[in-house]
Write a protein that binds this ligand. Structure first.
Ligand SMILES: Nc1ncnc2c1ncn2[C@@H]1O[C@H](COP(=O)(O)OP(=O)(O)O)[C@@H](O)[C@H]1O
Ligand SMILES: [Mg+2]
Length: 310
């Protein structure tokens, strides 16, 4: 069936649960004799590895001797206080920033040693959902998802159409293709952004705060979707999130970033059992802890002139 007639249309017409394994079928369409990657034994090498990374903005240190391994095929969550460097860590992995010491290995290669064309090739294998990543407001839902395909490939229009509809189908929004971003809800817009992030069949997808500003139902949907896309498409996902409950539910590994390094790294159960005070405060076991509620400043007595009063 796949090799005859108009197989891509057949594919686009199939019912599309979120767990539909597009990548496998795509490979099969183009290279019918090729062994399918899902049947291959799992490669033990991490897809992303940071070794002893040091990085700062100007004189301001952000990371000191940071090490982290992201297992292939996993959903790894990066958590930590705002301003701790989570977005910066993703920028190091994407090669938008370079480590000042140590190594950032992605797909087995050192990002710090790459030239512009190697970086471009590497980024072509990654999907990114940026923090506050908005859709292009003057492009339709369809065109938003088509954008990376038009930018990075010279595929014919009918193939772009089929790919876009499949990606939109994967996030449940094939029917919303003609809407403009202003006409969709916040949760739907985030799902369109997910479809855009996976448009080029990336091996690695990085999501920077994909749940920010979502209501609990949309948040749950987006979280499930990230997990399902990861598994169905055989990708590796790194997700920056503040939502402890939902993130602990979907992630295979949790890494907590604080004090310029990873202070806890393990399965959700391992991290939840951590005795580290910052970890305990961060995941909500302790209400107060090393991160103070009050920003350092004058005391109440100094500010309100009650010093010395009874
Ligand atoms: N381009 C930049 N130049 C200078 N400082 C920056 C830049 N980007 C981020 N920072 C600072 O580095 C710190 C870490 O930022 P960021 O990685 O965005 O943290 P997070 O994503 O964990 O909130 C913050 O204090 C931020 O103000
Ligand atoms: Mg950030």
């Amino acid at each position: 069936m796949w090799a005859q007639g108009r197989p891509l249309e057949c594919l686009a017409l199939l019912p599309q649960p979120a767990a539909f394994p597009f990548r496998r079928h795509w490979l099969f369409l183009f290279f019918p004799a090729m062994p399918q990657p899902f049947d291959a034994p799992q490669d033990a090498a991490p897809l992303v590895e940071l070794r002893g990374v040091r990085f700062g903005y100007g004189a301001r240190p952000i990371f000191n001797e940071l090490s982290l391994a992201v297992p292939r095929g996993s959903v790894t969550a990066l958590m930590g206080a705002s301003g701790g460097g989570k977005t910066t860590l993703l920028r190091l992995i994407g090669g938008q920033a370079r480590a000042q010491a140590g190594q950032v290995l992605v797909f087995g290669q050192d990002v710090g040693q790459m030239n512009a064309s190697q970086l471009y090739t590497m980024r072509r294998r990654m999907g990114m959902l940026f923090q506050f990543g908005a859709l292009f407001t003057d492009l339709s839902v369809f065109e938003n998802v088509a954008f990376p395909l038009r930018e990075h490939t010279s595929l014919p229009e009918e193939l772009i159409r089929d790919i876009v509809l499949m990606k939109l189908g994967a996030v449940g929004l094939r029917g919303a293709r003609r809407l403009m971003p202003g006409e969709v809800s916040g949760g739907m817009a985030r799902r369109v952004a997910l479809a855009r992030a996976i448009a080029l069949d990336p091996e690695l997808v990085m999501y920077d705060e994909p749940f920010a500003g979502l209501d609990p139902i949309s948040l749950h949907t987006a979280a499930r979707l990230i997990r399902q896309l990861n598994d169905a498409l055989g990708i590796t996902s790194i997700i920056v999130s503040h939502d402890v409950a939902e993130t602990f539910e979907i992630a295979d590994r949790i890494a907590i970033l604080a004090d310029g390094g990873i202070i806890a790294d393990g399965t959700p159960a391992e991290v939840a059992a951590s005795e580290h005070p910052l970890v305990r405060q961060f995941i909500g076991v302790e209400a107060d802890g090393p991160v103070q509620f009050h920003y350092p400043g004058p005391t109440v007595e100094q500010d309100f002139g009650t010093e010395g009063a009874a």
